[in-house]
Design a binder for this molecule. Structure first.
Ligand SMILES: Cc1ncc(COP(=O)(O)O)c(C=O)c1O
Length: 375
């Protein structure tokens, strides 16, 4: 991939260099089969993915956004209901709640950038129907606490696991904790398709059947439409390529974790690094640091060949789309403070030691120059 950066944020061809022939073979098989929609690879990928997540059932969809939307509908969430989620997530977490007609209720996050269980409890009302914890960046939420809260109040849990395939908490994989869980398979994710794709897991087969109906025009058979619905299916060719990716994702996660642990060692004197706490297995889809003088650091890195990105600069509750929710600056102090200090560094399977060293050197030289100038 050509990039203006010596160290790009990610490098897709480098990530997939080891599986090019396998991917080509999988593509050729679909090409020759003539079976391009709802074929055997979709069914096989669903089975294999459920097994990988230690979940009961899975069904493939077109992307992670329609996955969240379809699951919420199948959980019976609709107008008059409230769903609690994190204000520092990607737009789709909130959008899915709004798109089923429910009210988005945000709860602030902890210093680890994941939703704060105490803030969830404080946000529960008579109308709360579900909690949507987001395993942001690949760091698992404390699902034991979330489960306890949900049980005490009779609430559903939809894990937004879009960024966290393979992560686990206290030995249990994300995607197997909640009522259901939703995954994006967008190219930036640790397990990715070659375009848009998504998948969801559930412990109740009824949720899977509902989604299967609603992702496919509401058809119960070729000629009978049970309800008006979208077309949100996972493509057969993406499923075939994803099966290759799934076979290799374990090794890629090991590599992501190795790179992350090396960053921890080399950067912890300069910035706050996302060290794992007991019980967490983080998969580092995003390597998120908290940095002093973040904007100046980012500008320095980019000027010196390192593509660092902010995920996300403006929290959800401060977006124009959230204007009618009644939140404003100051509503979620931790989220807002973090949005001024977070920075995502390059980290991808296939990243070289030289590339990683360059990131570290540039961060060190930024702070050494700043602190030297001040002394
Ligand atoms: C936390 C989170 N939820 C949902 C989504 C939506 O997934 P998709 O882009 O596949 O629609 C994403 C994708 O970036 C995400 O990061």
């Amino acid at each position: 991939m050509s990039s203006q950066f010596a160290v790009p944020y990610t490098d897709f061809p480098a990530q997939n260099a080891g599986v090019r022939d396998e991917l080509r073979g999988a593509f050729d098989e679909v090409l020759d089969s003539g079976h391009y929609i709802q074929g055997p690879n979709v069914a096989a990928f669903e089975r294999e993915f459920a097994e990988f997540c230690e979940a009961h059932y899975a069904t493939g969809v077109a992307n992670g956004t329609c996955s969240l939307h379809l699951v919420l509908r199948s959980m019976g969430v609709g107008p008059g209901d409230e769903v609690i989620t994190a204000p520092n997530s990607f737009f789709a977490s909130a959008a899915a709640i709004s798109l089923v007609g429910a009210r988005i209720v945000f709860a602030d996050v902890n210093e680890d950038a994941n939703i704060d269980p105490d803030a969830i409890e404080a946000a529960i009302t008579d109308r709360t129907k579900a909690i949507m914890p987001v395993h942001l960046t690949g760091r698992p939420v404390d699902m034991v606490r979330i489960q306890t809260i949900a049980d005490a109040h009779g609430l559903g849990i939809l894990e937004d696991a879009a960024q966290a395939v393979g992560s686990s908490f206290r030995g249990q994989k994300v995607g197997s904790w909640g009522t259901a869980a939703s995954f994006s398979l967008h190219p930036l994710k640790s397990l990715h398709a070659f375009g848009d794709a998504g998948i969801l897991t559930a412990r109740d087969e009824r949720i899977i059947q509902d989604v299967a109906l609603r992702k496919n025009h509401g058809l119960v058979d070729r000629g009978t439409c049970a309800e008006w619905a979208f077309n949100c299916r996972l493509d057969e060719v993406q499923a075939a390529l994803l099966r290759v990716q799934l076979r290799n994702v374990g090794a890629k996660i090991i590599e992501r974790r190795r790179l992350a642990h090396r960053y921890h060692e080399l950067l912890r004197d300069y910035v706050v690094v996302p060290e794992e706490r007991e019980g967490e297995v983080h998969t580092y889809q995003t390597y998120l640091i908290q940095a002093g003088d973040r904007d100046a650091l980012q500008a320095h890195l980019r000027a010196n060949g390192v593509e660092a990105i902010v995920h996300y600069a403006t929290p959800l509750h401060l977006q124009p789309a959230a204007a009618d929710l009644g939140y404003g600056p100051g509503s979620f102090p931790v989220t807002e403070r973090l949005s001024d200090s977070i920075l995502s560094l390059p980290l991808f399977p296939g990243m070289t030691v030289e590339q990683q060293d360059r990131v570290v050197t540039e961060i060190a030289s930024f702070y050494d120059a700043r602190d030297g100038a001040g002394s």
